[in-house]
Design a protein around this ligand. Structure first.
Ligand code: SAH
Length: 534
């Protein structure tokens, strides 16, 4: 270890060069079954460094957010039975082309690349082309379906063997590659991939070759995803059950006595918010805590940002202020967004915190103060009450007559602080460093979801999320809004938000006693448990 520590830096460079780390390489990575938490640590590491990602329909689009934004994203398609976006030859050609161009190319595949994933074929092509690659396994969907539908695919009491079988092949086909006579009775648990279309002939064939018609069967669609759906029957009933419940691919069929255990250990689908479609309206940046907690309780969250944070139309006013920064005795930060935008612009101009060396700094509360510390600055003033009013009071107390005060903030914001500072005798310069805008392109999707009753609950965590949401819906009056929201439950984080909801003609169904995100989630769970499926 000591030798490693004293390894001279120039040697490190040499090693890097000889190892040719900048050479193109392909990474065949298993994405797992859909829940982004189920990719391997190695797979994620690779994704985060990808320069090109070629991903499949089943590879879980939620993982794409880990790929660097400037990477090339190629959707390879391949939805079973339906039109392919690219043929296998085209995919192979793209893979080889990008690796030859020196890129780190991730070939991201659903589940495990070597289990009905054609991973082997793609690697054979890379070998033929003489290109380097690494392969990373993934959680195959059979394993996920077993875990998330409460069906252990092996169990000492029931079976000691399992087979993964493609159901893509019509069992009636002559010269089948599958030894139906042997697998029907020779293997304990059978898991069919891609078998929904042929389910009836698969089950008939198994019974014909001696499997007991009363063998339990589970069919699991979208395993490990919040929209997972599963049905259970027996060999002689399951095809009809799947038809009646309109179960479509992608789904797996698990045949065997182990399916009986589902009654005891079906933990995933029994979580209190399982299958509930909940709309989360917050800024994109803030939504994650609420979504994580709701999902842990089983909810299927739809994140619709009602606010996007954008740069101001022009930086001129800030640049003017920076040009005479020495004139200001105080600079005031009233939000994290203001801090982040202010410093991002400063850094872009090749400047840093030292620009503020001669100003005193005020922040509106603990969160803004903490954020400033990450830029190496400690606030000279933080009010006791973390609001604009609180800050105005603190300034008034110490006197600001004749002082120059700079406030970088949102384009549109409450005027209370500048107004009171001016009244107290200060010269106040307000400059926009960001603006809130209604995100585009969401309106139609959202209205359609409400009209089709594709949502169970809408959550609001502040008055502005309510007004932005209503703005976004573009309704002509309260009545149209009420009609759209009919049947959808509304959750408000606290009384101020609730009042805004009610002022707009809607009814609040769920409201926690304490105004925090975890309390709001508890209140939603309690409500859903009390009201059953209704
Ligand atoms: N390599 C993948 C399988 C690809 S074949 C793996 O290891 O899982 C495609 C088939 O996999 C689908 O038709 C379906 O049967 C199954 N499948 C993939 N993801 C699934 C999921 N989340 N839930 C249920 N079945 C899934």
């Amino acid at each position: 270890m000591a030798a490693e520590k004293s390894w001279p830096r120039f040697m490190e460079k040499k090693l890097t060069n000889t190892a040719k780390l900048n050479r193109g390489k392909a990474y065949l990575v298993g994405a797992g079954p859909g829940d982004p938490g189920l990719i391997t640590v190695r797979g994620l590491e690779i994704l985060k460094k990808a320069e090109v990602v070629i991903y499949d329909y089943l590879a879980g689009e939620k993982l794409l957010k880990y790929v660097p934004e400037n990477a090339e994203f190629i959707y390879a398609g391949k939805k079973g039975g339906i039109k392919h976006t690219h043929t296998q030859d085209e995919i192979n050609a793209m893979l080889i082309d990008r690796v030859k161009r020196g890129k780190k190319v991730v070939r991201l595949k659903g589940g495990d690349p070597f289990i009905f994933g054609r991973g082997g074929e793609e690697l054979e092509e890379l070998v033929k082309a003489g290109l380097p690659f690494e392969a990373v396994p993934g959680v195959t969907s059979a394993s996920a379906a077993a875990t998330f539908a409460g069906v252990p695919i092996t169990h000492r009491r029931y079976t000691s063997s399992v087979a993964f079988i493609t159901g893509h092949e019509d069992p009636d086909k002559e010269n089948s590659n599958i030894a139906w006579d042997k697998i029907s009775t020779g293997v304990g648990t059978l898991v069919f991939y891609m078998g929904i279309k042929n389910l009836e002939s698969i089950t008939t064939n198994l019974m014909k070759h001696g499997r007991n018609p009363k063998t339990p069967v589970a069919v699991v669609r979208w395993a490990s995803r919040p929209n997972q759906k599963s049905v259970v029957g027996t060999l002689d009933t399951i095809a009809e059950i799947v038809r009646v419940n309109d179960i479509k691919p992608p789904a797996l069929t698990i045949v065997g006595d182990v399916v009986k255990l589902r009654d005891t250990i079906n933990w995933y689908e029994e979580r209190p918010l399982f299958g509930k479609r909940i709309l989360v309206t917050r800024t994109r940046e803030q939504a994650s805590d609420l979504v994580a907690l709701l999902e842990e309780n089983g909810a299927n969250c739809l994140e619709f940002p009602t606010i996007s944070i954008l740069p101001p139309d022009s930086w001129q006013e800030l640049d003017n202020a920076l040009g005479r920064i020495g004139d200001f005795q105080w600079i005031v930060f009233t939000s994290i967004n203001a801090i982040q935008s202010f410093f991002a612009h400063l850094h872009l101009k090749g400047l840093d915190s030292r620009v503020l060396a001669n100003c005193k700094i005020a922040s509106v509360g603990k969160v803004t103060d903490d954020s400033l510390r990450s830029y190496g600055l400690i606030s000279d003033l933080v009010p006791e009450k973390f609001t604009g009013e609180g800050l105005a009071e603190a300034f008034e107390k110490q006197g600001v007559t004749g002082m120059d005060i700079l406030i970088p903030r949102a384009l549109k914001a409450r005027e209370i602080l500048p107004v009171r500072l001016k009244k107290a005798g200060a010269r106040v310069t307000v400059v926009p460093v960001y603006q809130n805008k209604r995100p585009e392109g969401i309106h139609d999707t959202l209205r359609a979801k409400l009209a089709n009753k594709d949502l169970d609950i809408v959550t609001f965590t502040s008055s502005s999320t309510v007004t932005n949401f209503i703005d976004m819906m573009d309704v002509k009056d309260k009545k149209e809004l009420q009609e759209l929201m009919h049947g959808v439950k509304i959750a408000a984080i606290g009384p101020v938000t609730a009042r805004t909801i009610e002022e707009n003609g809607l009814k609040v169904d769920i409201q926690p006693e304490k105004y925090t995100i975890p309390d709001m989630v508890d209140a939603i769970v309690d409500y859903m448990v009390a009201h059953g499926d209704g």
